[in-house]
Ligand binder design. Structure first.
Ligand SMILES: CC(C)(COP(=O)(O)OP(=O)(O)OC[C@H]1O[C@@H](n2cnc3c(N)ncnc32)[C@H](O)[C@@H]1OP(=O)(O)O)[C@@H](O)C(=O)NCCC(=O)NCCS
Length: 328
């Protein structure tokens, strides 16, 4: 039992609540700290999407020790499932705080009559894994989280892939440089991403968001810098046929995260994804980034490609589901 009673209140979106959120998340996952500005961008995305997003602070003796969030899953907002995210800093009594935070958001979830509740955590966070199991959640998917050290990576083998892609005439360019000459760059990006996301393994089929919302997010300069987005263009059709993107960390200057990498089906196995990734690595290095992080579902060929490039597993993010949402 926790010594003092847990006080649960709505997240206030103040600087101090955001700082507390950043601290709790960094305590759970020190390798991937998020800055307040990144967390604000994240919240803005949910606001733009207009889907359910309710976050609560968990306070013990006047100090914020965790957060409980109820939200629609980003990949499938139209599914009748709700995500319950519970983050608690590593401390004595953590299991009880998980339980109270979860009970609170699960109770709120009842108003939406979901078919299932979702949750998740790191594979090496045994307290959270045990807690989810106790609550009746079962594992659905695993996403090994990997890192490459660009200073020690040996990527010579992939130069061959890049040569193959270049010889086929495919050009690889930063999105920032093509935008001025392509008035429809955003619509093209939207269509490409939707086609690729349909092939990315996710717990539920991907539901595209409306274009107007995508456009707001794609034009948010704090959310993404298009000098770090690379598109592959087929010169014969002048169409985008693939992309990769990096998100340099604002909390850890020498780190970057990877977003979606994908190639249209007709263009796969020609070295284009490898060429895109090498180009993004060159850009990262030139801008002082040494470590790049990524996560892919464990059976996705992208995971294998990343391992071959020199990415090493650190831990896995594990997705869980409880169905029915409220067992009798
Ligand atoms: C994963 C993906 C990006 C690979 O793109 P690609 O351009 O075909 O990859 P490359 O041609 O650069 O592949 C390089 C090497 O990776 C490995 N590889 C790539 N795809 C593979 C597959 N489907 N099965 C097994 N190995 C594969 C191979 O070793 C390949 O070398 P080889 O063709 O000489 O055997 C593409 O399949 C895709 O768009 N998938 C859907 C989107 C997705 O899931 N993205 C990842 C999540 S972010």
């Amino acid at each position: 039992m926790t010594q003092t009673q847990l006080y649960i209140r709505p997240f206030a979106a103040t600087e101090s609540d955001y700082l507390a959120l950043a601290a709790v998340l960094a305590d759970e996952s020190p390798e991937i700290p998020l800055s307040v500005s990144e967390l604000k961008v994240d919240a803005r995305h949910f606001e733009t999407q207009g889907t359910l997003f309710e976050r609560f602070a968990l306070e013990l003796g006047g100090e914020i020790v965790g957060f409980a969030t109820l939200l629609a899953p980003f990949w499938s907002a139209s599914s009748n499932k709700l995500n319950t995210r519970i983050a608690v800093k590593r401390m004595p009594g953590r299991q009880e705080i998980f339980a109270e935070g979860f009970a609170f958001v699960a109770e709120r979830a009842k108003a939406y009559s979901p078919d299932a509740l979702l949750s998740g955590g790191r594979s090496d966070d045994t307290e959270k894994m045990e807690f989810l199991e106790q609550q009746g959640f079962v594992e659905t998917m695993r996403f090994p989280f990997k890192r490459i050290d660009l200073e020690n990576a040996s990527l010579d083998k992939f130069a061959e892939h890049r040569k193959r892609a270049e010889e086929s005439g495919i050009s690889i360019v930063p999105l920032a440089s093509v935008k001025p000459n392509r008035p429809d760059w955003c619509r093209e990006l939207y269509e490409l991403e939707n086609r690729l996301m349909g092939d990315v393994p996710l717990p539920d089929p991907y539901t595209p968001m409306e274009y107007e919302k995508f456009e707001i997010m794609a034009n948010d300069p704090e959310a993404s810098d298009h000098n770090w987005f690379f598109v592959a263009i087929d010169p014969h059709t002048n169409q985008y046929i693939g992309l990769t993107m990096l998100f340099p960390s604002k909390a850890k200057k020498e780190s970057s995260f990877t977003g979606l990498t994908g190639i249209l089906p007709d263009y796969r196995r020609r070295g284009i994804a490898s060429a895109l990734k090498l180009t993004s690595f060159d850009h990262a290095r030139a801008n002082g980034v040494r470590y790049i992080h990524t996560d892919n579902e464990e059976n996705n060929p992208m995971g294998q490609l990343n391992r071959e490039m020199g990415f090493r597993d650190i831990f896995s993010m594990v997705s869980h589901e409880r169905k029915p949402a409220f067992p009798a």
